[in-house]
Design a protein. Structure first.
Length: 299
């Protein structure tokens, strides 16, 4: 019986094998660090936070991602029948638990590589603390929504939401409690959002809310006020009753911009007007552009 194409390729290309082993070694050290944290009694939130802030972990995963890309490139150069190779790999991953001899001495390599790819994809699309889309996924969804809006002559809106009174909670109760507040706010927004809409944690205590085809400014205003009410509802954590508020700026396509970059930046500027005025959600207009300096990181 002819050896599997995958095994042949790995035997022919020693650099591929070396890259995979290097990747596994690095990830094993990350897993060991997590196991030690659990033994010491770290909570899930503490481990999650530490991982998010551990630059060496992030660097190792990015390095591994690059190695896996190089592996894929090398294997496709070794084998002309790419479709056959892909089917073999998928089948191998599916049969590993029940057939320990499916790929002698390569089974751990590929099962771990498979998990790495899944983890990288998850990390690249979601916010670590709130588990909702991050800014990268948001911008991708925004570009898709803009394409649909242009094709079907829809409107759409971007709401820039900044939490007020959040910093004192972080300072007084600690970051673990602050993270739980962020998670609660994210869950409330996620429940409110329609399936075609997207919310994301933009960073810190800021969120973005994309409304696809909201059908007019009155409906946008209604949703913005509902979001404000949801956020201001008390958050109960252990024995503490905590409250935050929000400043919301809104930019509407196409009146306030025809690109994702412009819409986010203009919604951000409108948010600062809302924070200054303290009268509720604010729609962007040209007077805001003249007064507020747009932040360089608002896109």
């Amino acid at each position: 019986m002819r050896p599997p194409l995958l095994e042949v390729a790995l035997k022919k290309n020693q650099s591929v094998r070396a890259m995979l082993k290097s990747c596994i070694t690095g990830l094993s050290s990350v897993n060991e660090w997590m196991r030690e944290g659990i033994k010491k009694g770290y909570t899930f939130y503490e481990i999650e936070k530490a991982l998010a802030q551990n630059e060496s972990v992030e660097d190792r995963i990015r390095e591994c991602m690059g190695q896996l890309h190089a592996v894929n490139t090398a294997l496709t150069q070794e084998i002309s029948d790419h479709g056959h190779l892909n089917r073999e790999l998928v089948n191998a991953l599916q049969t590993l638990p029940g057939n320990k001899d499916a790929l002698p001495d390569l089974q751990d390599v590929w099962s771990i590589a498979h998990e790495v790819v899944k983890e990288i994809k998850k990390r690249s699309l979601t916010d670590f603390v709130t588990n909702i889309p991050n800014r990268e996924l948001f911008h991708d969804r925004l570009e898709q929504a803009l394409a649909l809006a242009k094709r079907h002559d829809w409107d759409l809106a971007v709401m820039f939401i900044d939490l007020d009174r959040f910093k004192p909670i972080n300072d007084i109760y600690g970051h673990a409690v602050g993270d739980r507040v962020l998670k609660t706010v994210a869950q409330r927004l996620d429940i409110e959002a329609r399936s075609e809409d997207t919310i994301c944690r933009y960073g810190g205590d800021e969120f973005l809310y994309l409304l696809v085809n909201p059908q007019g400014t009155q409906n946008i205003q209604r949703i913005a006020h509902k979001v404000s009410t949801l956020i201001s509802s008390a958050v109960v954590i252990d024995d503490s009753v905590l409250t935050v508020a929000s400043s919301i700026g809104i930019a509407v396509y196409p009146e306030n911009g025809t690109s994702g970059e412009d819409l986010v930046a203009n919604a951000d500027a409108a948010m600062y007007r809302a924070k200054e005025a303290s009268t509720g959600p604010v729609f962007f207009d040209e007077s805001i552009r003249a007064k507020f300096t747009l932040r360089p990181d608002a896109t």
